[in-house]
Write a protein that binds this ligand. Structure first.
Ligand code: GLP
Length: 262
């Protein structure tokens, strides 16, 4: 695992976007797994700017996107759905065609069959890059603590911690369930980019990268992955830094602030 520690949140977002661009432009990544959440908002803002600046036309069919998870019972038009989030924050600004983007359908009649369908889609289009945020309880996607590491796409009941973390997107009733790629489906990606910003993520970051590998912290499964980059700001890295523990095989890179970025 390579851990990039950046001074502030904006710098971490900028670096994350640069690493996505590097994978897309320099390393030929075509099948891209994307995540939702507040962490991703500035990352996608920066990515849209970099794509424009680099004159990359991602609306060509060569690129395909695959989203990590979706709430059960919401249509893609619901403002709380992850499909809506992605369309608004990334896919419309990049002019992606509907055929390029892939989502779990939280309205499917048979949710188990929907999980299998998605897993088959992933099998046919192995992910070159999976972008991930981090839950305060260490979840990735909606893989809650206790999820087996060999899990594939499945249906989950959301934990109280996750519901309270995500409640702001729901002025009304909040979904109780979701569909999510499993830990194995995520770890099958060739490259992983995990991003965590803010002091409220410090414990989850510590447990993901510096603590023991345990199903109690789903993100700690990534310690076994051969190509993981973790981007954090100093606030999210504070427990790693104070303990001097960054995981047995981790390489820590302190990133200097970029001048004149934007
Ligand atoms: C949700 C998503 C996760 C995301 C997490 C972090 O639970 N299912 O994929 O990583 O939120 O969200 P935030 O970035 O808002 O802290």
């Amino acid at each position: 695992m390579q851990i990039y520690i950046v001074d502030d949140a904006l710098g971490a977002a900028e670096l994350s976007a640069q690493l996505i661009m590097e994978a897309v432009v320099d390393e030929g990544a075509r099948n891209l797994g994307f995540a939702t959440g507040q962490t991703m908002v500035p990352v996608y803002e920066k990515l849209i700017k970099l794509v424009a600046r680099g004159n990359v036309d991602m609306s060509r069919a060569a690129w395909r996107t695959f989203n990590l998870d979706e709430y059960v019972g919401l249509s893609g038009q619901h403002p709380g759905s992850f499909r809506y989030f992605m369309e608004h924050h990334l896919f419309q600004p990049l002019n992606l065609e509907p055929g390029q983007t892939h989502f779990l359908n939280g309205l499917a009649q048979d949710l188990e069959a929907e999980c299998l369908r998605y897993e088959n889609v992933l099998h046919a289009h192995p992910l070159d890059l999976q972008v991930l945020g981090l839950g305060i309880n260490g979840h990735i996607g909606f893989n809650e603590p206790g999820t087996p590491w060999d899990s594939r796409t499945h249906r989950v009941r959301l934990s109280a911690a996750t519901k309270s973390q995500n409640r702001d997107s729901f002025p009304g009733a909040m979904p109780q369930e979701a569909l999510t790629m499993g830990i194995r489906s995520i770890a099958d990606a060739t490259r992983i980019l995990l991003v965590a910003i803010g002091g409220h993520k410090a414990e989850a970051v510590y447990r993901a990268a510096g603590g023991a590998k345990t199903v109690d912290c789903p993100a700690s499964a990534l310690q076994d992955h051969p190509h993981v980059r973790l981007v954090v700001d100093r606030a999210a890295a504070q427990l790693l830094l104070s303990d001097g523990q960054s995981g047995a095989h981790a390489e820590v890179i302190h990133v200097r602030p970029a001048m004149g970025g934007g």
